[in-house]
Design a protein around this ligand. Structure first.
Ligand SMILES: Cc1ncc(COP(=O)(O)O)c(C=O)c1O
Length: 258
């Protein structure tokens, strides 16, 4: 798509281009410049991290975590070539998905999933990174079938066994994968992890390729490793991450939750 001469408005009809006030256009231009720079610097980090690990950057998907940021930022990111966005709250994600439907993005759900939110999530999520218990699997599977969609699932692994932070403990991974595989609307696509607090991310993430190996014989499609955020993406790349979830390094420090 050729670059537009001015930032597009993402709700066509709500504000027509000729009604965009000059100060609004200036603000969008400034934000676009900011996002272009931060995105370039993250892409550079990914390039360096891949080079250091002897990996091809083309095998890494950058998921830009847009939670708490407006749909207008997503539209700007799309103009900068972003194709994957991550959200962690269903209500917020659903509104932005509707606003951004024309942009053709892939939507990643990365937040703690509750069974009563699965219906919404199954409508827009291509990949749910945070599948961590059987009750959610059943509900998400049912919702995916009802929506007529296939939803990819990553099993969120608890690398420190602390249930408060979400994730299935390592001994439960295979049974959870089985539960996902039994749902017609779901596919097992791999693993996801967040580095435990106070642990060297490189040490924590080093377990992931081995855990994936244990899944692959029964689930050959489980190739993805989602790990690495703004502060530890290099460690994740060194440990084989195929999906990075990066928010603050691109969009800035998140506004406090209201
Ligand atoms: C599961 C998950 N992954 C990735 C991110 C992005 O983190 P950061 O903003 O540090 O890049 C967040 C942010 O809250 C998150 O909850």
């Amino acid at each position: 798509m050729p670059p537009l001469s001015r930032p597009e408005k993402i709700r066509p009809g709500e504000v027509r281009p000729e009604e965009v006030r000059p100060e609004e256009a200036d603000r969008d231009d400034a934000r676009l410049r900011q996002l272009r720079e931060s995105l370039a610097s993250v892409r550079e980090r990914i390039g360096r991290g891949c080079h250091a690990a002897g990996r091809d950057p083309a095998e890494v998907t950058l998921v830009v975590v847009t939670k708490t940021y407006p749909a207008s930022d997503i539209a700007l990111l799309a103009r900068l070539g972003v194709r994957d966005v991550g959200e962690n709250r269903d209500g917020e994600a659903a509104l932005k998905y509707d606003d951004c439907a024309a942009l053709g993005l892939r939507w990643h759900f990365i937040g703690r999933l509750q069974s009563n939110k699965t219906r919404g999530v199954a409508r827009y999520a291509d990949l749910v990174h945070s599948v961590d218990r059987p009750s959610v699997v059943t509900a998400l599977g049912r919702a995916a079938v009802r929506a007529g969609r296939t939803v990819g699932c990553l099993l969120q692994v608890s690398l420190d066994g602390d249930p408060a932070r979400g994730g299935v403990p390592v001994p439960g991974i295979e049974a959870l994968a089985e539960a996902v595989a039994l749902e017609p609307g779901l596919e097992v696509r791999g693993l996801m992890a967040v580095a435990p607090l106070g642990v060297d991310a490189r040490v924590a993430f080093a377990a992931l390729p081995r855990l994936r190996e244990t899944l692959l014989p029964a689930h050959p499609g489980a190739r993805a490793i989602s790990a690495g955020m703004s502060g530890d993406l290099e460690a994740a790349l060194a440990c084989g991450a195929t999906h990075l979830r990066v928010g603050t390094a691109i969009l800035g420090a998140r506004p406090p939750l209201r």
